[in-house]
Design a protein around this ligand. Structure first.
Ligand SMILES: NC(=O)c1ccc[n+]([C@@H]2O[C@H](COP(=O)([O-])OP(=O)(O)OC[C@H]3O[C@@H](n4cnc5c(N)ncnc54)[C@H](OP(=O)(O)O)[C@@H]3O)[C@@H](O)[C@H]2O)c1
Length: 344
């Protein structure tokens, strides 16, 4: 017997990707239901070779659904995830609403799959922020090898990380620049076409943005609270794929060659690192791919035991939808879902 899976936010960037990934990976689902707001009722979305008609979240009964992949933003998640969990359906939430809740595990399967068992307190599991997911996939094996003391990361984040309206804004602004039309800014605070914006999510009192704070808090929760991390998060005019320039200081020596070898063997990582023209990965090439790509590994000789590298991944896949489906696979493979509920 397979599972019944609901995808909330099925018309969005992440939701559509979730449907694709469930189909691609042949997730053991007997039934997949697409849900969104009333705005999208009856709209059609594809799931493998099938077409699903979108149903409305507000009126959907979750009592016979096993897993809810939630991707409808923080407000909808705060309102709905606890209610869905109380109906016995396990919510895997993409928003930041529950990531810092001690009773909600925050999971990247390559990093801390064992922590998933903590989901039973609230029937909610959180997916990390897109920029953190790819970072911890790369940091985990290096931390095991030489213990990370400090990380300095600068991000180059694509517009799809801000939803489908943000992608439309980059497209329409780019067209307006070429046709000498009016460049309209709604979703972003400044023009994003042919520009970069050092501001993602809201400003905090200390001058950092919430996106930067999330990378610190989530890395500590998933990997090690002792790791010091400082970040600058920047939006760039790329449709899909986040890149990160990462500087790491370790407690013990780790050469670039050793780090590369470790990463080559690490789950979820592919190393593309030839010291020649084009011998590195870019977001454009990572779009549609599952791996976290590492390039430009080199020593930082300005500190003791320091390395620099470049990390690229598809933010809609490893940064969101793929990671959520991988968490669902962990629940299935470890037989953690309460199938008795369905038999009742
Ligand atoms: N994009 C990324 O890289 C990324 C990475 C990690 C996490 N996330 C998180 O994933 C979530 C979705 O992101 P996205 O990029 O897919 O956004 P999006 O493209 O703007 O899509 C939002 C989806 O949520 C639905 N929705 C919004 N309010 C709703 C409500 N009250 N009830 C039911 N459905 C509602 C929308 O349905 P309608 O079409 O009916 O409006 C749409 O399907 C956000 O929490 C985001 O922070 C995104």
């Amino acid at each position: 017997m397979g599972y019944k899976v609901a995808v909330v936010g099925a018309t969005g960037n992440v939701g559509r990707e979730m449907l694709d990934i469930l189909a691609e990976r042949a997730f053991p689902a007997d039934e997949v239901v697409a849900l969104a707001s009333r705005r999208s009722q009856g709209q059609e979305v594809s799931f493998g070779d099938k077409i699903l008609k979108v149903k409305v979240l507000d009126t959907y009964d979750f009592s016979d659904t096993d897993i809810c992949l939630m991707s409808a933003g923080g407000d909808a998640s705060k309102e709905w995830s606890p209610r869905i969990g109380q109906q016995g359906c396990v919510v895997i939430d993409n928003s930041s609403a529950f990531r810092y809740d001690a009773d909600v595990p925050l999971i990247v399967p390559e990093v801390n799959a064992d922590a998933v068992v903590g989901f039973t307190k609230r029937n909610i599991i959180a997916n990390p922020n897109c920029s953190t997911a790819q970072l911890v996939v790369a940091l985990k094996p290096l931390h095991e090898a030489a213990t990370i003391k400090r990380v300095v990361v600068s991000t180059y984040q694509s517009v799809s990380g801000a939803g489908k309206d943000a992608m439309d804004e980059l497209f329409s602004q780019t067209r307006a620049v070429f046709t000498a039309g009016e460049v309209v800014t709604k979703k972003f605070t400044k023009r994003i076409a042919f520009n970069v914006i050092p501001h993602i999510d809201v400003f905090m009192e200390d001058g950092y943005t919430k996106e930067e704070w999330k990378m610190v808090a989530e890395t500590k929760k998933m990997l090690d609270p002792k790791i010091k991390l400082t970040a600058t998060a920047v939006r760039v005019p790329v449709f899909i794929g986040h890149a990160e320039a990462v500087n790491v200081e370790f407690e013990r020596p780790l050469s670039p060659e050793q780090a590369t070898e470790i990463l080559r063997a690490a789950p979820g990582v592919l190393v593309i690192d030839k010291r020649e023209n084009g011998g590195y990965m870019t977001p454009h090439e990572a779009a549609g791919e599952d791996a976290t790509y590492i390039s430009r590994m080199r020593e930082d000789a300005t500190v003791e035991n320091g390395l620099n590298f470049w990390c690229v991944s598809d933010n809609l896949r490893k940064g969101a939808a793929l990671n959520a489906v991988q968490i669902a696979e962990v629940l299935v493979n470890r037989k953690l879902l309460n199938k008795a509920k369905r038999a009742a």
